[in-house]
Every structure is written in structure tokens, then in C-alpha cells.
Design a protein around this ligand. Structure first.
Ligand SMILES: *Cc1c(COP(=O)(O)O)cnc(C)c1O
Ligand SMILES: [Zn+2]
Length: 413
């Protein structure tokens, strides 16, 4: 019988030590991040590109390259295969004619975090853990709470009191135990670590267990498939902890090793906020790790990560792919979010808007020439942050209707 998954072992990204996949593992003993590794030769032998065409339009179409060993372990809400959108007005106004946007706002819970949660929870269930615990700025917690509920797994979500209220309430709806603390995401991580140790739960902090990343990886697999088994020249990604970027890169590397795509990698353009830019600072100095960003401030909460655990992997990807990091202000994020909405009828999240603002900066600075095929990831729906939009509805008295004030501008060409 053919394997459902070709997961073979776990391997450390620092010291290259390997571990069997039967254990419930977190980091390597050296502290390094563990990657799931696959028998890619076996996948190459048993899977053909045409086989995929007949499969459902979810991320589970790539199950040979995912860590779930039995189909019955899968916890799914039909996630994956998000569309690539053309945005002709943005493309022409920003001078980036070959722009496509992958819209992750359509996933369950409204962000790409659903990918990591679906695969991570499925694997946690398969490994037989009794519960999971997660620190979050909001969106990861909301996604993991949904999938944990579907799996019947108890989940503890710990977030800073400054985290946005929408994902907090999403956790409540899913029946999670939600705790807010007067501290940072790092402090939330410490609380989770202690609770997980005390009660024997799986600490599924980002990059602490190896399987969440495998869900994020499917963005890379989808991009290659959607590009006809090739890659864009540039991938623009609004970055916080960096699991999205590391995941896409890992997915593309595996496809390269299978010979499904050529040797060319996209250049990665990471976008950070001026108020929290540890990767931009380290990259500008040519360093291999980041230093903690003091007092991180940004309205793009998903990007508020003062010291990404995977900094050494992210900086390596930037140096290897001739990539870059650029920063944008909150004011630009607000401006561009309204532009994209008004020009295209597309309501992006502030992180996605940061991506567009970064794209505009990179084009102005000449890092982009306008000839590249550019893929930008809109990481979530704007609905999750609706409070950030000014309410400029006009009030009118029914008894005193002013028809002049109801006149609309001319139809746009
Ligand atoms: C988490 C998040 C990000 C940042 O993603 P990383 O993988 O942590 O870099 C961007 N946008 C949204 C909407 C997010 O929830
Ligand atoms: Zn190690």
C-alpha cells in the first residue's frame, strides 16, 4: 500500500541532529528549530503532477508532503487553494503590471493561520496529546481554537491584554480557555510553557513544534501549482514571526528537490512595520540574527513580533535569494488599505495593506523594476480589524431628506 504521508524524520536546522517522528517533540536539545523531513524520492516515484489535478481543492491535496500519517486524523474545514487575484488599478498605479495577490482572507477564521492550525491540530490529535497551549497576538489563537474544537482537543490560549478583541472573542466562541495577561507575547509564551509542562500539554508556540510550519508550507506548494509549476520572480510577504515565509521557502525547496520546479527561487521581499522591524535592522547590518525590538508598536498586530524565533532562518533566506526587507508606517498602512478597497473592491487586513505599501516603496526605490512577476500575499481579511476603519457614514433626518447630499460622483472609467 502507498503511504499517505512520506514523513520520515525530524531534523534540526542548527545542528542537523535527527529525531524519529513517533515522539511528541518540541525544539531540538540544542534549542534549534526542528523541520519535518520527507522521503522525497518516494514521493517522486509515487506521485505525478496529473494525480493532483483530480484531488479536492484543499491543502490536503498535498498529503504525501504533509506529516499526517492516517487520513482519519485530518481535522479540516476545507482550507487551502486560495485564489490569485489580479488588481489592475493597483498594478498600474504602483507601476507593477505583473502583480498577483494570493488572498488568504478567505480561509476559516479569515487568515492564513488556518493552514498551520489545520495541520498542527491534525498532527497533535494523531500523536494522542491530551491538550494544546498557545501564546498569540490574536489570529493564531483564533485559528487554533477553531480546529481544536473540531478535533475535540482542549486548548489554552494566552494573549497580551493589548491583543485585538475580535480574535479573542473567536476563541471564546470555539470554547477555548482564554487568558489575557498584562505583558508581551514573550510573556504569554512563558505562561504557556509553564502550563504545558505542569499539565503535560503540547506547547504549540510558533516554531516550537515542527508541524504548524508544514501547514504554512502549503502556500508555497499552491503558488508553484498555480504558476504552472514555476515560481514568481518576487514574493512580497508582511512578516512578523516569519512562519509564512519560512513555510513557503521550505515548500519550494522540496518541490525543487523532487524536480517539480526549476532551480530558480523567487526573491523574498519581507515587509515590516517601522514600529517593529527587528529583521529590517539586522538585514541592514548584514547580521545573521536579530536583537529584540523594544516597545513594538503597530496597528498591524500580526507583525508585532519583537524577536522572531526563526530570525536565523529568515535572514538566511534573504541572503540566499537576494531578497530584502522594507518597512512601512502605520499611516501608509491606513492610506493603502483604503486605496485598495476603493480601487479594487478588495478589503485587505492591515498586514496585507503593509504588503502593498511595501511594494510601492520597493518600486519607488528601484528594487523592483516593474518587469518582474510579483506575488503578494494578503494574509487575512480586513473584517478582522473593522474597528480601525473610520465610520464616515452621513447621518440624515428622515423628516428632512436632502437629495443633493445623496448625489453620487460620476461612474469611473
Ligand atoms: C500572523 C500574521 C502575519 C505575520 O505572519 P508570520 O508568519 O508570523 O510572519 C501577517 N498577517 C496576519 C493577518 C497574521 O495573522
Ligand atoms: Zn539541534
Amino acid at each position: 500500500m502507498q503511504n499517505y504521508s512520506h514523513l520520515s524524520h525530524l531534523t534540526c536546522t542548527r545542528c542537523h541532529r535527527t529525531y524519529p517522528v513517533t515522539e511528541v517533540r518540541e525544539r531540538c536539545d540544542c534549542g534549534g528549530i526542528l523541520f519535518a523531513a520527507y522521503d522525497l524520492k518516494a514521493v517522486q516515484r509515487t506521485l505525478g503532477k496529473p494525480d493532483l489535478a483530480a484531488r479536492p481543492q484543499t491543502l490536503w491535496r498535498y498529503h504525501e508532503l504533509l506529516p499526517i500519517q492516517k487520513e482519519s486524523s485530518i481535522v479540516s474545514l476545507h482550507e487551502g487553494m486560495t485564489p490569485l487575484l489580479q488588481l489592475p488599478r493597483v498594478a498600474s498605479q504602483f507601476g507593477v503590471p505583473n502583480l498577483l495577490v494570493k488572498d488568504e482572507g478567505r480561509l476559516p477564521s479569515g487568515t492564513f493561520k488556518a493552514r498551520g492550525a489545520s495541520v498542527g491540530i491534525s498532527r497533535a490529535k494523531e500523536l494522542g496529546v491530551s491538550g494544546v497551549a498557545i501564546p498569540t497576538n490574536g489570529n493564531a489563537g483564533a485559528a487554533w481554537a477553531l480546529y481544536a474544537a473540531r478535533a475535540g482537543l482542549p486548548i489554552l490560549v494566552v494573549m497580551p491584554t493589548t491583543a485585538p478583541v475580535t480574535p479573542r472573542k473567536e476563541c471564546v466562541v470555539s470554547g477555548a480557555r482564554v487568558v489575557t495577561i498584562n505583558g508581551t507575547i514573550g510573556d504569554a509564551g512563558r505562561v504557556v510553557r509553564e502550563a504545558a509542562k505542569r499539565y503535560g500539554w503540547y506547547d504549540v508556540s510558533t516554531f516550537n513544534e515542527p508541524y504548524r510550519l508544514e501547514g504554512k508550507k502549503t502556500m508555497g506548494l499552491e503558488i508553484a501549482e498555480q504558476f504552472g509549476w514555476s515560481v514568481p520572480d518576487v514574493i512580497v510577504y508582511p512578516t512578523g514571526g516569519g512562519a509564512g515565509v519560512v513555510g513557503i521557502y521550505k515548500g519550494l525547496l522540496e518541490l525543487q528537490q523532487m524536480g517539480w520546479i526549476g532551480a530558480k527561487m523567487p526573491r523574498f521581499a519581507l515587509i515590516q512595520s517601522e514600529g517593529c522591524a527587528p529583521l529590517a535592522r539586522a538585514f541592514a547590518k548584514g547580521e545573521r540574527e536579530t536583537t529584540r525590538w523594544e516597545d513594538p508598536q503597530t496597528i498591524a498586530f500580526g507583525m508585532r513580533v519583537p524577536k522572531p524565533a526563526a530570525d536565523y532562518l529568515l535572514l538566511d533566506i534573504l541572503y540566499r535569494t537576494n531578497g530584502t526587507v522594507t518597512t512601512v508606517s502605520d499611516a501608509e498602512v491606513q492610506e493603502v488599505r483604503r486605496m485598495v478597497g476603493e480601487w479594487e473592491g478588495f478589503h485587505v487586513c492591515p498586514e496585507g495593506a503593509a504588503g502593498f505599501a511595501g511594494l510601492r516603496r520597493l518600486r519607488k526605490a528601484g528594487w523592483l523594476t516593474g518587469n518582474e512577476r510579483v506575488l503578494l500575499v494578503n494574509t487575512g481579511t480586513g473584517l478582522k480589524y473593522i474597528d480601525q476603519i473610520a465610520d464616515d457614514a452621513r447621518e440624515m433626518d428622515l423628516a428632512d431628506l436632502d437629495l443633493e447630499a445623496l448625489a453620487l460622483p460620476a461612474r469611473r472609467a
